[in-house]
Design a binder for this molecule. Sequence first.
Ligand SMILES: [Zn+2]
Length: 437
Amino acid sequence: MAVTWSGRWNHVRKVTERTGPFAHPDFEPSTETLQFLQEVCHILVIGAGGLGCELLKDLALLGIRNIDVIDMDTIDVSNLNRQFLFRPKDVGKTKAETAANFINLRIPGCNVTAHFAKIQDFDASFYRKFHIIVCGLDSIIARRWINGMLISMLSYEDGELDQSSIIPMVDGGTEGFKGNARVILPGMTACVDCTLDLYPPQVNFPLCTIAHTPRLPEHCIEYVRILLWPKEEPFGAGVAIDGDDPAHVSWILEKSQERANEYNISGITYRLTQGVVKRIIPAVASTNAVIAAACATEVFKLATSCCQPLNNYMNFTDIEGVYTYTFEAEKKDDCVACSQKPQNISFCESDKLQDILTYLLESTTYQMKSPSITTAINGKNRTLYMQSVKSIEEKTRANLKKSLAELELCSGQELYVADPTTPSSLTFILQMGTKME
Ligand SMILES: [Zn+2]
């Protein structure tokens, strides 16, 4: 098949071979820009799901030929309505390989390399190969990890950031009819951890609304799930709700319906009930398409300098009409990931190690998942608690109940914390005083 034909890249050349009022000050129209996109530019796409399929298609149609894609999943039948690079015959195959093959066959000249793997399987030498990394992930942990990896690859000379060590990260996220796209220049602009409070741990309805003033079908379902189920114990004492057990879901559906009738609320269905119980947020193809298009445009802008990149965070919703808003998320001076500053944490001598662990898990700043804590006493490393290795967990579990005084930890003690949300361990400095809220 011909790799190119007359007029094939006219849509791109209109932008790369002419200037315009929004062009970056350094931009010079040139035929070399398209050549750079096609021959040199190397982009990594993380995720080959709803956003990833769109991203691969968009980037390939913008003229980018050297693309790698990482995804650890295989194709499920429920993906086929929106992950359009997959067909029924592909169910069970790996997303990365299937998506790469599809693009390579469909878009002549494009060369997508698939990695059926986790992002954690690769180290800095792999990530350093790319000009730009674009993420279409559904996991905040993975997002934070790749963010941490790109930050760990920055080099500083006399405290000055070496600009050539920066690999820009373009990140897209969607949840139902809501989405966002952002551009991160690691070390320079707000990183994922700088804005961690934009990802609330979980959306919950206020209990008073659920109990007294329900307005939505979801409020009624939550009422049954949170208040009625433990009170009535319909399937026996202590039996937890199983969102995949039709008997459980039907019981919740029936009771939710009764409550909804009392308040004149309509819209309760089996599907919605199961969705609320299992906390399923439906994936919406159009939201993915918009967010991926925004991300691909940012990759194109960064790669060609044809236009100033997004500064730096765009929100989008298409719940009622279409709404979008762009703002500059601020880099946090003491960000745990990108500030290069150790974190001060304050506790009392009588607090237990468990209190520190709980704080790291629950604070909106850190939102860790399974932290391991080590320290150095008189130059010797000491593991205070480690969750990831079973034998060490058992040996160190007793420390959780000990007070900081019993563990001989005092003010100024450095604690090193490793967590799946970051590739490198973080340094905390313990201050004895009052416990942090
Ligand atoms: Zn940061």
